[in-house]
Design a protein around this ligand. Sequence first.
Ligand code: GDG
Length: 516
Amino acid sequence: MVHLELLYKPAAAEPRQKPGRLVVVSNRVPVPAASSPAAGGLAVALEAALAERGGLWLGWSGKTCNAPDPRPRLQRHGRIDYALCDLSRRDLDEFYHGFANRALWPICHYRLDLAALSQRDAAGYFRVNEQFAATLRGLLRPGDVVWVHDYHFVPLASFLRQAGCANRIGFFLHIPWPAPDVARALPGLSRILRCFAAYDVIGLQTEADGANLKDCLAQAAAATIAGDGTCRAYGRSFAVGAFPIGIDTGAFARAARTAETSTGVARLRQSLAGRPLVIGVDRLDYSKGIPERIEAFATFLERSPEAVRRRPTLLQVTPKSRSEVPEYARMHRAIAEQVGTMNGKWGDIDWTPVRYINKAMSRSTLAGLYRLARIGLVTPLRDGMNLVAKEYVAAQDPEDPGVLVLSQFAGAAQELAAALVVNPYDIEATAAAIGQALAMPLDERKARWSTLMTVLEANTIDHWTSRFLAALGAGSAPAHAAEAAMEPPAMSLPSKDDEDHEAWPAPPPILASTRH
Ligand code: GDG
């Protein structure tokens, strides 16, 4: 693992002054509200980091209107300001449903067959990023450290640089970054890569994702890459490294213990009448491998008369997401049909093999359901990390833990090698792993669980936040030291690989000026 903490060295001779704020940018913003459900681990960890030094969180309000006000709506809660922007319907279609979710998402998840590429959407993506950058520019102070999250906002820093912003800016990609051969399916790839170069630190979930991004940069821009992860491309130096995201391990384990006696969990326990529970929890998304998982469960039943006698239940909790994108609506219908067929074939008057639930559970109920399940079946076809795998482990009873069956294509498999790691495309092998997990003796379950839990305790969400911010130089950097650490102004020259310049919207030049 590259130690990016070492890459940022505040100038030693600078007099110390109050550090600037932390500024977080993400598509959705978890504004605290009395009526909203308890925030998840990521929101809690980021809020803690924002509250520590004072902060600003900018993102989409979740609302669309015909003519959005370019000024953000500001709300203050404690030491954190929340800045929310509405989007026009066209912006939402092109930026969010379009380029982000129908081009970047499928390509980053290796689903080139599902990518819908349109110049209109790409233009909308850059346009909305420019709008957010302009909004942020108006709110930003020298010395603020900016942390941008996820694939919606890759170009944000390049627009900020174009506007003269010299602050430290970091980016974390929550989803995978694909190998160069796959990434090349994205028209305008060289522009996206150029946009990455406007950041100071780029974090990815795994070493493999980091290597893929560096390979893309090396091929498209002849980037030079030092042993410590520093890349030099498009006239700038920046760090690329792996920052595997964690969960609030202790809090999740406590929630699961408490939930054991809750009504929801008691109802499920009663309905199972001592039969084993297998659990899958995923947003409705084709990257999660839900049809393959259900097929593997059916194959497991088919192959094992003993299994049929034990009447296990697969509880698949799948809140709907992105229903406006046609692939998602189609997938929902296909899974519902598959579950119906499967239950028709295997079910009995007192046994429904697959329970498929589309409503979202409370976080605490979810923790209790994980604890009740003998198997956590986490088999995405591709996933940046997959927090469900980590939550399932944290929720187990140390005296009688369940078994995690984990896809080799989840980022989590890099850390959680003590799970039963499977190839989710190999239905027979996944079915066999379900059988192995159900038959696993207590000693082996305990040994595997304890190895997994040690990993989760060593890399919690708080560790992740601290590591990334340390790499970015947040927390200890005097404001003008952060500016001094920037590269001198440089114009980025088009490279010979930018051959798609004509067909796609012009990229923002990076680092036209680094002065305010
Ligand atoms: C992206 C990347 C990466 C699910 N159903 C309910 C519910 N959930 C919660 C889970 C978990 C979260 O949603 C899902 O996180 P994942 O990591 O599994 O997946 P994505 O949403 O695709 O997240 C992924 C992640 O970003 C973080 O970097 O790991 O690879 O794709 O926390 O518990 N929560 C509640 N009710 C539900 O019904 N309360």
